[in-house]
Design a protein around this ligand. Structure first.
Ligand code: DC
Length: 224
């Protein structure tokens, strides 16, 4: 049987992980798994129910009665919360902050762990997140830490939100991003950090095409 290939791509918000990972997966014929969407779905559920997203006990209590699933339509990931497709609704700035808060709760990470492992066990995939190379898939054949300066990441995120028609200020996007970086890398469970055997790719000076090519190059080198 052919060996299943798992590629872990971790890094801070706005480093271009999802765009780069999606494009690289398409070129290589792998599925692309965006694990941030799972935390966003749990965060959205809390928001919808008026639960403080940093209240570990209250958020933890919701986990027994919700379902979070991923399905793939024409290779595109869709996230289902209690059977409802929430793939668009999880992309607002409020859902981003909610995701960052709930992702610091150990019970939430445990709740989403098996789902991520099961997908990776069955599919050649590029999985992006914060702890994929360090915690979820420590045996992945390829581990990449994709990063860029905060200003560049905020600019990219800002352009993306404006393009989607959302009304945001650059300063708010930058402040949010710095706050999320801090949250994500200082939490006690699975903090954001490069895997010891990971390759760091800094995209600050690279355009999108160069970033995608660099990542494909690293994957091909590690899997040949
Ligand atoms: O990648 P993203 O912006 O969609 O992620 C949303 C939040 O979820 C982010 O603040 C960190 C968290 N997250 C995480 O803790 N672990 C992951 N594997 C993916 C995301």
């Amino acid at each position: 049987m052919k060996e299943i290939i798992n590629v872990a791509i971790d890094g801070p918000a706005g480093a271009g992980k999802s765009t780069v990972a999606r494009a690289a997966a398409k070129t290589l014929g792998y599925i692309y798994v965006d694990t941030g969407a799972l935390y966003r779905a749990v965060g959205l559920n809390a928001l919808r129910n008026g639960i403080a997203t940093d209240d570990a006990e209250a958020v933890g209590a919701t986990l027994g009665s919700i379902t979070v699933e991923l399905k793939f339509e024409n290779g595109e990931q869709q996230v289902l919360l209690n059977g409802e497709n929430v793939s668009s609704e999880i992309r607002t700035p409020d859902a981003s902050m909610a995701a960052s808060n709930v992702s610091a709760i150990p019970a939430v990470r445990a709740f989403l762990f098996d789902l991520q492992r099961d997908i990776a066990a069955k599919n050649d995939c590029i999985m992006d997140g914060r702890d994929i190379g360090t915690v979820v898939l420590p045996d992945a054949q390829v581990k990449i830490f994709l990063t860029a300066s905060p200003e560049i990441r905020a600019r990219r995120r800002y352009d993306e939100l404006i393009e989607k028609g959302q009304q945001v200020e650059f300063k708010d996007v930058l402040d949010d991003l710095i706050k999320r970086d801090y949250n994500d890398s200082h939490r006690e469970v699975a903090p954001l950090r490069p895997a010891e055997d990971g390759v760091i790719v800094d995209t600050s000076g690279l355009n999108l095409e160069e970033s995608i090519n660099k990542v494909i190059e690293v994957i091909e080198e590690k899997t040949k």
